[in-house]
Write a protein that binds this ligand. Structure first.
Ligand SMILES: C[S@@+](CC[C@H](N)C(=O)[O-])C[C@H]1O[C@@H](n2cnc3c(N)ncnc32)[C@H](O)[C@@H]1O
Length: 221
């Protein structure tokens, strides 16, 4: 196991990771699954009406957002094409130790297995209506192309990794987002709001999950 990563049990019982290198957690310690469900599923996936829905995630990490989205999608008929970029893919030993599949319904274990074994750089079928493309890449410096309805912006916090919350990176995000598309993220800091507005998003501030005052849902104008 990577020595700088430690598994932490958050307050809802679900696991998250603490990175001593970045000095940040991958999810909220008040509830990793609770936070992911609230921000990305309830305030993003459930709000987006596109069908098919093209999702782009910055920071695949543990794959929790992909897993919860795939689990939610089993209840629906819409088609999901989920693309996720990750600079530092996690090792299999860490992934296997996480308990996220226990929070993703009766098919959680199967979905998690398929998500994590999916080949990087290739669109893989995870379930009838859910396809996943994992990209091993540095979102800040590498060229990424596409046109997406829904963005899950889930990088490390702006205090820990300010360069990924910069206006330059949000320009890139804006170019990847369809007009009317939605971006959801957990930080509602002033700079984040300003940078999103500057690249053409209408920023809405929503109340946050436990432990977080506000989150952002932004619409591409
Ligand atoms: C807050 S954690 C991710 C949470 C993830 N969505 C999950 O559910 O586990 C942030 C993630 O962004 C990744 N990351 C950091 N810098 C990146 C970059 N420049 N390009 C792509 N991914 C990056 C980190 O390695 C980490 O996995």
């Amino acid at each position: 196991m990577n020595k700088s990563l430690q598994i932490v049990t958050s307050l809802d019982g679900s696991h998250t990771l603490y990175s001593s290198e970045i000095n940040d957690h991958y999810h909220s310690i008040y509830g990793a699954v609770q936070e992911s469900e609230y921000i990305f599923i309830k305030n993003g996936f459930d709000i987006c009406t596109a069908n098919p829905v093209h999702i782009f995630e910055v920071g695949f990490g543990t794959g929790l957002n992909a897993l919860l989205t795939a689990a939610k999608n089993l209840e629906e008929t819409r088609e999901v094409l989920y693309t996720s970029v990750e600079k530092y893919p996690l090792g299999e030993n860490i992934i296997r130790a996480l308990n996220h599949h226990q929070y993703a319904g009766p098919e959680g274990e199967k979905l998690s297995g398929l998500i994590h074994s999916a080949e990087t750089g290739k669109m893989s079928v995870i379930s009838k209506n859910f396809k996943l493309m994992k990209i091993h890449s540095d979102f800040i410096n590498d060229y990424i192309t596409g046109s997406f309805d829904l963005i899950y912006f889930d990088a490390f916090g702006p205090d820990k990794q300010p360069e990924i919350w910069s206006s330059g990176v949000f320009e890139k995000i804006s170019a990847l987002t369809k007009s009317g598309g939605i971006l959801v993220t957990y930080s509602a800091k002033g700079d984040v709001k300003r940078n999103l507005r500057a690249v053409g998003f209408d920023v809405k501030i929503l109340s946050g999950p436990p432990g977080k005052r506000h989150i952002i849902r932004a619409y591409k104008i």
